[in-house]
Write a protein that binds this ligand. Structure first.
Ligand SMILES: Cc1cc2nc3c(=O)[nH]c(=O)nc-3n(C[C@H](O)[C@H](O)[C@H](O)COP(=O)(O)OP(=O)(O)OC[C@H]3O[C@@H](n4cnc5c(N)ncnc54)[C@H](O)[C@@H]3O)c2cc1C
Length: 546
């Protein structure tokens, strides 16, 4: 408990309110925000729906769940002591290890005493006369605070598909993100997986080792690339530890906070031979390099993107024995890297197993779930267990499900229905004293790198406000409009913004999510931080502080 702060000074607290700050969520974001705000002497409460810390890594317990970020680039960077004592066992750690890490952080820094678990925040109503938020939990208990900070996660609200009869299935069925805490036995079972996004890929390649029969229902394939995971031995961990400064410095210089740097060359500037040598090298390398460290125009120039997509398509054809299955696994509606790239380990080879079958539900859609299985337009599949790897109501879902009401009775959900806009992804006009960690239009990428930055920015602002005796902060509508224009400009020319994905706000299972929007900031980390730093350096003049 080296850094524990047992005797926190609450002398700067506002005694009329229950808390100075209520934080929603005890994932990477909520934990770090609690840690930082304690240092400035505020009275804080964290409300978390789950029964433990960890967020994503608490909920997503499906077999095969693991990092796509290098473990040592993902962990917190703020504590040298933590960096010194924590050993990662793999380059891309698995969910149980990541959860252990976050539990270790929570106990080491004595965070748990300010976290209330099994506490789902259902509404948050702002009162301008007291300049405070009143939040209500599922059990109807209410609490007031000056500030409300959401660390609710951008991939935390799961979606099930709209399929008739979904409740009628009599066997076990689980969404990947609501996985049971006790082991699931697959041995000898007939298992169905619906969905082939990042979670689907991870779960399929893992359980195919164990199942009796696996049927994968794929609506559309994604471009996957090899993860190349490996164990980290003691000597290697020692070396990584000695390079932590360099690792985090590098992450802070790259486009999206990963270790991988975009190659300054463009695709057709090099000879064909050189191009393929480079792509082979990327295909044989660990992690997101093939996505984040490719030629600089692969994600913007349609011809370059096509050449890269063809390269990956050939790899799929080489790895999948049955040419019809291989063809089904090759995306036709988007190019490589324009949607989130799932990283895989022998995923394509899974389909070479006799007991694994791929069903293309874009040509033979699922008609209904029956008590004993799944009926498509061409066949009925009897199964013992259904896994829904159908993803999330991304970015907006965890906000939409809380009734957040600001000044003039304005609901956040309604305001965002008209136009999804924020200031720096951190604040919204009409919602004073609400701060979002990684809200819409904030920097995404290697999430903890952005989270740490966002949390520190919010902490500095609250410290400034307390020192200046300000009790209300609201982004001006001009600041919001200007950030929105900037976000739109940054997204121009990016092929990813021209395809349907959770990053463009599309979710066919959710009403009203059929129209593309710009849901994320796609500029560089550097420009994001520069803009946020400028705001702070100019005493937050884009916020109305009173
Ligand atoms: C399977 C999977 C793999 C991923 N892999 C990577 C990766 O390799 N690299 C990477 O950078 N990112 C990855 N991500 C993204 C990941 O979500 C972030 O890295 C990170 O965990 C986000 O942390 P967070 O604290 O912002 O949100 P979360 O971890 O999502 O935590 C949010 C918490 O808020 C709680 N909450 C939400 N709403 C409420 C409410 N109304 N009341 C109370 N509590 C609430 C939730 O229960 C949850 O515990 C992955 C995501 C998934 C789903």
């Amino acid at each position: 408990m080296a850094n524990a702060q047992k005797n926190v000074d609450h002398s700067r607290s506002d005694s009329d309110l229950d808390y100075d700050v209520i934080i929603v969520g005890a994932g990477i974001a909520g934990l770090y925000q609690l840690y930082q705000l304690r240092k400035i002497g505020l009275k804080i409460r964290v409300f978390e729906s789950g029964t433990d810390v960890g967020g994503t890594w608490y909920w997503n317990r499906y077999p095969g769940a693991r990092f796509d970020s290098e473990s040592y680039s993902y962990g917190y960077s703020f504590s040298q002591e933590l960096l010194d004592e924590w050993d990662w066992s793999e380059h891309f750690a698995s969910q149980p290890e990541i959860l252990r890490y976050l539990q270790h952080v929570a106990y080491k820094f004595d965070l748990v005493r300010d976290i209330q678990f099994s506490s789902d925040v259902q509404s948050a109503i702002y009162d301008d006369t007291t300049r405070s938020w009143k939040i209500q939990l599922q059990n109807s208990n209410t609490y007031t605070s000056r500030f409300l900070i959401t660390g609710v996660g951008l991939l935390s609200e799961p979606t099930l598909p709209n399929i008739e009869g979904i409740g009628s299935f009599t066997g076990d069925s689980f969404h990947t993100s609501r996985w049971p805490h006790t082991p699931v036995n697959f041995s000898g079972k007939r298992v169905a997986v619906i969905g082939t996004g990042a979670s689907g890929v991870q779960v399929i390649q893992e359980i195919c080792k164990d199942v009796g029969r696996l049927t994968v229902f794929q609506r559309r394939p994604n471009w996957c690339a090899p993860l190349h995971n490996a164990n980290i031995g003691q000597a290697e961990m020692k070396d990584i530890r000695s390079r932590y400064n360099e690792i985090f410095e590098r992450c802070s210089q790259t486009q999206a906070g990963f270790l991988h740097t975009v190659d300054p060359r463009s695709t057709f500037e090099v000879s064909e031979e050189e191009r393929y040598v480079f792509w082979e090298h990327l295909y044989a390398s660990k992690g997101f390099g093939i996505w984040q460290g490719n030629f600089k125009d692969v994600l913007t120039n349609p011809e370059a993107n096509k050449a890269m997509s063809d390269f990956i398509a050939n790899k799929i054809k080489e790895r999948v024995i049955d040419p019809i299955t291989a063809e089904k696994l090759i995306p036709k509606d988007h190019g490589f890297g324009t949607r989130r790239v799932p990283l895989e380990t022998k995923y394509y080879e899974s389909y070479n197993q006799e007991n694994v079958e791929l069903i293309d539900i874009s040509s033979t859609p699922i008609e209904r779930i029956t008590p004993t299985g799944i009926a498509t337009t061409s066949k009925v599949f009897d199964v013992d267990l259904i896994i829904y790897a159908t993803g999330f109501n991304a970015i907006l879902g965890s906000y939409d499900r809380i009734n957040i009401v600001g000044v003039n009775n304005q609901s956040l959900k309604e305001q965002w229905k008209n136009e999804l806009s924020t200031f720096l992804g951190l604040q919204v006009n009409n919602f004073p004293n609400l701060f979002m960690i990684m809200g819409p239009h904030a920097l995404l990428g290697n999430n903890p790198r952005s989270i740490e930055y966002n949390v520190e920015w919010i902490t500095n602002l609250l410290n400034y406000m307390v020192n200046q005796k300000f009790t209300r902060a609201e982004a001006t509508s001009e600041a919001v409009a200007s950030w929105y224009s900037y976000v739109l400009a940054q997204g121009e020319g990016l092929l990813a913004n021209q395809v349907d994905s959770w990053m463009t706000g599309i979710n066919s299972n959710i009403e009203g999510r059929q129209k593309r929007i710009i849901a994320r900031y796609s500029g560089s980390q550097y420009s994001y931080r520069k803009r946020c730093n400028e705001v702070a350096e100019n005493n937050y003049r884009e916020l109305r502080l009173t």
